[in-house]
Design a protein around this ligand. Structure first.
Ligand SMILES: [Zn+2]
Length: 418
């Protein structure tokens, strides 16, 4: 990993970036801020630096991290958490079933409310009849009617709430699951502003630890939806779906065996505005098209665009592009070339496209397979194995599964609870 040396920093400015506000220093907890450092060759590098260290507010000595590296960590995180169609189906089935159970548990309360409403309406009628028979004076009639109307209003509102809250909560459950089933695809395609929204929807905070591991605090309801135990229950639940259900494997809401300790209504009744926005844009197919710029960019406080990664394509002289093409054709990956030439892998791809060099699919090379199996068996995560060979976690999963390797559940050992 590259490190910003103080001596090489000629000018630092505070810039905006879509990850700002989300990512924090794993060492001291301060926010990470963008620092734009120019080295003695005049190349601009953009880093995230610890604001605690930067302002000397803390004694933190966290070194600077290249922005592109952190962007990649978050992209990989979404790859890791995106649920499969089977998980999606299992979670939706199990949680909607839980909602059904919750609602039937409240049937009794609803029945009581409805009985109350009928009693009040009956009282109203009797009162009117008594008035017509001159049994009660007008003033008393009015007073009694006001009381009954007030009570009726309250009862009706509680009955509506019973129906409305569940309908909303269940719609939000569907939204959240649809998002989770597509989050890696959405995140890889959407522009910076929408990436910020995604991150706000998914995270309260993301800590970047010294070893460049992520520690993630998930937002509601994703903390629950990503819980390994709940996911395991959902898959089991889906497997048993066709079998006859007994009261033994049914459960009710809070404290249920399927979603222990989770208040389902609370989880889903008030989603964050970021989640609502992203879900609505997804349903309107806003994320169908790829809107990532070829070069990641950073906007500073005055709106000027600066390069996010040092040495952009314009810094590569034709001889370097020749070398890049030759190395790619000799088998180097986009990631390796990006590191070698200090450009983003998308820039590498852009150079290749310009030279009409076909881009290879990002499969795991045959020659790396044995080593990948070994590393995974040694306890590395799919993401860690993938980053060794410059391929995605999904690619590793496919390659290992094809080799008959049993994929461990979860693998989200970098996660902590809020
Ligand atoms: Zn720090």
């Amino acid at each position: 990993m590259l490190t910003a040396h103080k001596s090489a920093v000629e000018a630092t400015q505070i810039h905006d970036h879509y990850l700002k506000g989300t990512i924090h220093c794993g060492q001291c907890g301060s926010r990470l801020i963008v620092s734009n450092a120019k080295n003695r060759h005049g190349n601009v590098y953009c880093y995230f630096v610890c604001s605690g260290r930067h302002s000397q507010r803390t004694t933190c000595d966290r070194s600077a991290i290249l922005i592109a590296d952190i962007e990649k960590l978050i992209e990989d995180y979404y790859q890791r958490i995106q649920i499969t169609p089977a998980q999606h189906e299992g979670l939706a089935g199990m949680l909607h079933h839980e909602f059904d159970q919750l609602m039937s548990a409240e049937v009794e309360e609803l029945a009581q409310l409805t009985a109350n409403r009928d009693r009040l309406q009956h009282e109203q009628e009797r009162l009117l009849q008594a008035h017509y028979a001159d049994a009660i004076p007008l003033a008393l009639l009015k007073r009694e009617q006001d009381r009954i109307l007030g009570e009726l209003d309250q009862v009706n509102r509680r009955i509506d709430a019973h129906h409305g809250e569940y309908a909303d909560a269940r719609a939000h459950l569907d939204d959240a699951l649809n998002l989770l089933a597509n989050c890696a695809d959405i995140y890889s395609r959407c522009d910076d502003a929408n990436r910020r929204l995604c991150n706000q929807a998914f995270f309260t905070k993301v800590y970047i630890d010294e070893d460049d591991e992520l520690r993630v605090e998930n937002n509601r309801p994703f903390e629950m939806l990503l819980d390994p135990e709940i996911n395991a229950n959902a898959l089991t639940w889906a497997e048993n779906e066709d079998k006859a259900r007994t009261t033994a494997n049914d459960s009710v809401g809070k404290g249920s065996s399927l979603v222990r300790g989770v208040d389902l209504r609370r989880e889903f009744e008030n989603p964050s505005s970021a989640l609502v926005t992203v879900a609505s844009r997804r349903s309107r197919s806003v994320y169908k098209a790829d809107r990532r710029p070829l070069e990641p960019t950073v906007v500073d406080s005055r709106g000027r665009m600066v390069r996010a990664v040092g040495m952009t394509q314009t810094f590569l002289i034709p001889a370097q592009v020749d070398e890049l093409v030759a190395r790619y054709q000799a088998g180097a990956t986009l990631v390796e070339l990006g590191e070698r030439f200090s450009v983003h892998r998308r820039t590498v791809a852009a150079h290749l496209v310009r030279r009409s060099v076909p881009i290879r699919g990002r499969g795991l090379d045959e020659s790396h397979l044995a080593k990948a199996v070994e590393l995974y068996a040694d306890g590395l995560t799919l993401m860690e194995v993938g980053s060794r060979f410059g391929v995605s976690q999904q690619t590793v999963r496919r390659a290992l599964a094809a080799e008959g390797v049993v994929i461990r559940p979860g693998g989200r050992r970098a996660r902590v609870s809020a």
